[in-house]
Design a binder for this molecule. Structure first.
Ligand code: GLY
Length: 568
């Protein structure tokens, strides 16, 4: 990599929190010198690419580059170099944690009414399909930044597998078919996207090879020129030209001035466990901090199943309400973080919970609902033998993002603009509404739910996360509670899931995961309980045993991913 041409505009926001700032109890078990390395990701080819890098002498951060880029190639419906995400890093040697904020940001010409018609109504689909729905991507900057600041190998080495898969193609599976079927109409509207991701304009048959030569060229350009290989010069011009020909508003300046941000993660203690998780502009860490501080007031372990779920749901309801009212990009809005996790606020919320009855959301102080989130995204977890760790959740928002490929670049653009509130107070494409804190502004980052997380006890460390839109937060929460209950990685990823997000005022749960008696007991408490007709989430978990150095890794059976442990 040529560092002289590297031009990441790095903004260090709140940096490098030493883990000793949040000490565990004195009897904290000493870490062994070497641990097993492992990767869990949403696609076997991405897991294999990362394992290969670890075997070549790369560290967890090099492997994160390989996994990110390979997922961008083989899971185009979930993430990509036209998208963004959050990387939670733990540098074992320096004992510090960092969150890399590679979230997309609104173009300079964006304005809060850009998705409204002349009567002020939201135009359906405009923030979800096509070039106008795309924000400025952050993933290419993250790849370069990881290689230059944290990796041991060159960017070319770490990108090699992804480039190979892009050139040689990967085989369509049933999961791909489902995602392409879901977005078929939007994909058919863009010739470049249709040529790349469909077969003669239709959902490809099983085993059909998706070959992406332009994307391979683009990845090679990033490997050679770093930041400027994507954000400046020929590639930038090509993307801007095609975006503008198709009703988009990107400018060359938007790309050249994209800033990667390093932020201090959200950190707190729950019942002796140290949590390190996503900071704003992801709402995930703050919402989980609020929920767990409320739950810290209760002995969940001693409760009946319905009482336990009732209390967890009441905590979710209250924290999601605060998400709706207060949260947005901290570089644009003043989010009262300290207040939200203060003892006073948490005590007041806890006092308002009635153990005998659900609190109707309509009885809480009215605010707008959280803004909508995509149904697809991806997550991977990595641990290397030195104890470095990466928990990363990446997205292009809706499956296949905007369904718009910038001609001649292979870059499938995100539709992350839909994570803003197109019109505060009015439902967006998901039937959800948002607040002013998350209104569109030029250069602003849209509020996210992506929640890459690490949890540490005296004896164990978990690295976890999942896709799943606004349900990401409650999935990670349930994973943390299962980890507290000493469940294995396999049990955590495959546990049944339920969710409450303040509005709609209902508990939704995966089919077959609540029995009739449980539903009846929750209804008796006044909850509306809704069985979903589908499963959700795609969690990737690694658990380290600090005493032995052994790891336990698992990939969610709901997806097609894989986990692998290097044992030798
Ligand atoms: N696009 C999903 C999220 O950021 O939460």
């Amino acid at each position: 990599m040529n560092k002289s041409v590297h031009k990441i505009l790095l903004s260090v926001v709140l940096l490098f929190v030493s883990t000793s700032a949040f000490p565990l109890p004195a009897e904290d078990a000493p870490a062994v010198n070497e641990i097993q390395a492992a990767i869990a990701s949403a696609h076997p080819l991405a897991t294999a690419a990362g394992i290969e890098i670890l075997k070549q002498g790369g560290n967890a951060f090099d492997a994160a580059i390989a996994v990110t880029a390979t997922l961008a190639v083989v899971e185009p419906y979930s993430s990509g170099i036209g998208g963004g995400g959050f990387y939670l890093l733990h540098e074992q040697g320096k004992n510090r944690d960092i969150m890399i904020d590679a979230r997309e940001q609104a173009p300079g010409r964006a304005d809060r009414d850009m998705y409204l018609d002349k009567d002020g109504n939201v135009i359906p689909g405009l923030s979800m399909d096509g070039a106008l729905s795309a924000a400025i991507p952050g993933i290419p900057a993250a790849l370069v930044h990881l290689a230059e600041n944290y990796g041991a190998l060159t960017l070319s080495q770490s990108l090699a597998s992804a480039i190979k898969h892009a050139r040689e193609g990967f085989a369509v599976d049933e999961y791909y078919q489902r995602m392409a079927g879901f977005r078929l109409v939007a994909l058919q509207k863009n010739q470049a996207a249709s040529d790349l991701f469909l077969q003669k304009g239709e959902v490809p048959e099983l085993g059909y090879k998706i070959i992406q030569n332009d994307l391979a060229d683009t990845l090679e350009r990033i490997a050679e020129f770093g930041f400027s290989g994507f954000y400046e010069n020929e590639l930038a011009w090509k993307m801007v030209r095609d975006v503008r020909h198709n009703n988009g508003i990107w400018t060359i300046k938007d790309l050249a001035t994209y800033e990667l941000k390093e932020r201090s993660p959200q950190r707190f203690i729950y019942k002796g466990m140290r949590l390190t998780t996503a900071a704003l502009p992801s709402s995930g860490g703050l919402v989980i901090a609020e929920i767990l501080q409320i739950l810290g007031e209760y002995d969940l372990e001693k409760m009946s199943k319905s009482q336990r779920i009732h209390h967890i749901v009441e905590a979710m309801r209250r924290a999601y309400r605060d998400r709706a009212e207060y949260m947005g990009d901290p570089d644009f809005v003043d989010v009262p973080i300290d207040f939200l996790v203060s003892e006073l606020h948490v005590k007041l919320l806890t006092k308002s919970i009635n153990r005998r009855a659900a609190t109707p959301s309509s009885s809480l102080k009215a605010v707008a609902q959280p803004d909508g989130n995509g149904t697809d995204t991806t997550h991977f977890s990595i641990v290397d033998k030195k104890g470095n760790r990466v928990s990363a959740t990446l997205s292009i928002n809706y499956p296949f993002g905007s369904c718009f490929v910038a001609k001649g670049t292979g870059v499938l653009l995100n539709d992350e603009m839909d994570d803003f509130s197109a019109k505060p107070g009015v439902p967006n494409a998901y039937g959800l509404v948002g607040s002013h804190a998350n209104a569109i502004e030029p250069g602003k980052r849209m509020l996210s739910s992506m929640t890459p997380t690490m949890v540490e006890t005296r004896n164990r460390i978990a690295v976890l996360g999942t896709p799943g839109g606004s349900r990401i937060i409650t999935m990670v929460l349930l994973g943390i509670l299962d980890f507290y209950d000493k469940k294995s990685a396999d049990e955590i990823v495959n546990a049944g899931r339920y969710h409450h997000q303040y509005l709609p005022d209902e508990i939704s749960y995966e089919a077959g995961r609540f029995d009739d008696d449980l539903v009846a007991e929750l209804e008796e408490l006044g909850h509306t309980v809704k069985q979903l007709g589908y499963e959700y989430g795609n969690m990737q978990v690694i658990i380290i045993n600090k005493n032995t150095g052994e790891v336990d890794a698992a990939s969610d059976e709901r997806g097609v991913g894989s986990s692998q442990v290097i044992t030798e």
